[in-house]
Design a protein around this ligand. Structure first.
Ligand code: MSP
Length: 656
């Protein structure tokens, strides 16, 4: 069995996770779940980076012991990750005395023993936000270009790591391993940086208590990045369980943000080379997620709490948005408006509607059961989608993987529109064709759900359940689960809308929280366990739900509702939704009324029906045709329309 060990960056805990840090964990989780689906022996590591000066200061501000503060923050982070359905296998903290501290001490000792650590004096600027010594040439107007703050001036006795010695070995390693750094833009940046020359790195801080003491100089602690990078090895046994370390190390993939790629691609490999340890397989530097085009920060007051979306909709719509809409490796933008738009388009209208239609028609026309059979056009498409999905996911083009799954979803929707199972159902001679068409659609939905399992674990599992998949999602394996099934019978479950459409524009009203980002303000230390999929409007909505406005009977009576009989019906050319009706409303001549019900009814299903219309609506022109009235229909949550039928009665009779 192939083993696959992947990691994310470990987070500074001076504030709670925000959408940006969550983006990294969500995308890494998608990768981890994809590998589990492939059957790989997957190990997914995450954790917290605690020995930062900012963490220490934040604890002091709150009058807390730093370790007690970090303990509380661990719970905060775990709660957020649980709320987003992040399936990490292990969570390492840099204050872990059993695993991490011995590993860091062993690694720094190994570098010393190899002649790569020496004593010297450091003098220069240090940015606490970056936890990095900043060469003066990198400052802009004397400020850190990232944090826009003035670095502290430091002059102290330090231990140095001979990073300069590794310039050539690193360049050779990059050349020999072209996919070590991805995407290419990051690789080019790193190669250029190393070609420009490397200076030795200070790896200790003198006279500080918050950190891991150097084994050969207990008056100094290990520099926080040297400490933090070691987490990838410390979690899997380095320095405390050699057999475990031999089994898991090296990591196959480190997922980190583009701002810290160079720490991972330069310092970390040099540390490992010095200690004589194997290097990780691949380092992927993802882009940044901005909010309305701005970096999320306390000063901007634009921190997005990922749990806001997860509490209201479950984590899946947010996971889908971030995976599908942000090209992996590039930057992306998040706005609540766009999120709402994509929720309606991708979930309510497309995937949700598809699941509903297949389940509702199977229930109605086939008593909820379908016999498997050889595939038609969707089978070929499903095979193509699975192939290009796997190729994309292996290349870490997550957005392309999701797009492949969605190609299948859209094709299944189109297939239903073309084959019109509701028309087939009217002709008993077409019963076989009807059963074939519905199975074809249901099987395509099932395969699309398998492809979406890593992205939307609980929704895809629910779709699989509705499509009669007998295996539990964790037992499915990519190759067999994405193969078209040609035998057996299955029960299809019609269980209502998965993602009710958000009708009002701006339905998601979220106050932009000011709860702080890394280097920002006080964290909310209460545990905020999310009520997943709860029906309650748990978003941080500014106000309680408002009761609908009441009207008087006089106002109601202004609306003239009348019984009408449909005489003729025809689709409006070039319109997907509109049907043109000629209706008898008890007047001298029939009226023309346009109704947006073409996706739910065929024209011939309408002729002869007795319905209810609004008779005194001002005329309106749609697609060049004047409509004189409105047909009453219900709009179910999953989309579509349901006509309000009346008992056959005299056209023109008032309805009240
Ligand atoms: N503690 C270090 C990492 C040490 S790894 C040995 C750190 N922590 S962090 O909390 O500042 O960031 C954690 C991760 O989140 C980093 O990979 C960082 O790039 C990522 N992101 C932080 N803000 C982000 C966005 N707005 N968008 C995407 N990722 C971002 O750096």
């Amino acid at each position: 069995m192939t083993s696959f060990f992947l990691t994310t960056a470990i987070d500074f805990v001076n504030s709670r996770p925000h959408l940006g840090t969550a983006y990294e964990k969500i995308t890494a989780d998608v990768i981890a779940r994809y590998h589990r689906l492939k059957g790989d022996d997957t190990w997914f590591l995450m954790g917290n980076d605690e020995h930062s000066q900012n963490v220490f200061r934040r604890a002091q501000e709150q009058g807390k012991d730093p370790l007690a503060y970090c303990d509380e923050m661990e719970q905060v982070f775990r709660d957020v990750w649980r709320g987003l359905d992040i399936s990490f296998d292990d969570f390492i903290r840099t204050t872990d005395q059993k695993r991490h501290v011995p590993a860091v001490q062993r690694l720094v000792q190994a570098c010393l023993d190899n002649g790569d650590v020496y004593e010297g004096t450091y003098e220069g600027p240090y940015c606490v936000g970056c936890e990095e010594f900043k060469p003066e040439k990198d400052l802009v107007d004397g400020l850190c270009p990232i944090h826009k703050t003035k670095p502290e001036w430091i002059r102290e006795k330090n231990w140095f790591f001979r990073l300069s010695r590794y310039q050539r070995p690193l360049l050779k390693f990059y050349a020999d391993h072209p996919s070590f750094i991805e995407p290419e833009v990051r690789r080019n940046e790193v190669v250029r940086l190393v070609e420009d020359g490397l200076v030795d790195l200070s790896i200790s801080r003198a006279g500080q208590s918050w950190g891991i003491p150097l084994p050969f100089d207990p008056t100094s602690v290990v520099y926080v990045w040297f400490d933090a990078l070691t987490n990838y090895a410390s979690a899997v046994g380095y320095g405390w369980d050699d057999a475990l370390f031999a089994k898991r190390w090296p990591a196959n993939l480190h997922i980190v943000g583009k701002d810290i790629t160079r720490f991972h691609c330069v310092i970390w490999p040099a540390m490992l080379m010095s200690a004589g340890l194997p290097l990780p397989g691949r380092i992927f530097g993802h882009g940044w997620v901005f909010f309305k085009g701005e970096r999320m920060s306390k000063t901007m007051g634009n921190i997005v709490d990922p749990l806001d979306a997860a509490k209201r909709f479950g984590p899946d719509p947010l996971r889908l948005y971030l995976t599908k809409e942000v090209p992996y490796g590039g930057d992306g933008d998040f706005t609540w408006e766009r999120f709402e738009e994509k929720y309606n388009a991708d979930l309510a209208n497309n995937l949700g509607n598809l699941v509903n239609r297949v389940a509702a028609m199977t229930e109605r026309f086939q008593h909820g059961r379908l016999a498997a059979g050889a595939g038609g056009p969707l089978a070929a498409l499903a095979a193509e989608a699975a192939r290009s999905y796997a190729g994309a996911m292996d290349r870490l083009a997550l957005h392309e993987g999701v797009a492949a799954a969605y190609r299948l979803v859209s094709a299944a929707n189109e297939y239903i529109a073309e084959t019109q199972p509701w028309s087939l159902a009217k002709d008993p001679a077409k019963a076989d064709a009807l059963a074939r068409v519905l199975y074809e659609a249901a099987e395509a939905v099932r395969i699309a759900a398998v492809l979406l399992l890593p992205v939307m674990p609980s929704s895809a599992a629910e779709i699989l359940r509705r499509m009669g998949e007998p295996a539990s999602p964790g037992d499915l394996r990519f190759d067999t689960a994405t193969a078209w099934r040609t035998s057996g019978e299955r029960g299809i479950l019609n269980a209502g809308a998965l993602w009710p459409r958000l009708e009002d524009k701006g339905a998601i009203t979220v106050s932009e929280t000011k709860s702080g980002d890394a280097g920002a303000e006080a964290p909310a230390l209460h545990s905020e366990a999310p009520a997943l999929h709860s029906e309650a409007p748990a978003l941080r909505t500014p106000a309680a739900p408002v009761a609908p406005e009441q009207i008087s009977i006089d106002e109601f009576m202004k609306v003239q509702l009348k019984v009408a009989r449909v005489l003729e019906a025809a689709r409006v050319p070039k319109s997907k939704k509109l049907v043109q009706l000629s209706v008898d409303v008890g007047e001298a001549t029939p009226r023309t009324i346009l109704a947006g019900i073409a996706e739910s009814y065929e024209p011939e299903q309408l002729v002869g029906r007795t319905i209810v219309v609004v008779a005194n609506l001002k005329p309106a022109k749609l697609m060049g045709i004047e409509s004189n009235g409105m047909v009453l229909a219900a709009s179910p949550e999953g989309g579509g329309a349901l006509l309000i039928d009346a008992e056959p009665g005299a056209p023109g009779t008032r309805v009240r």
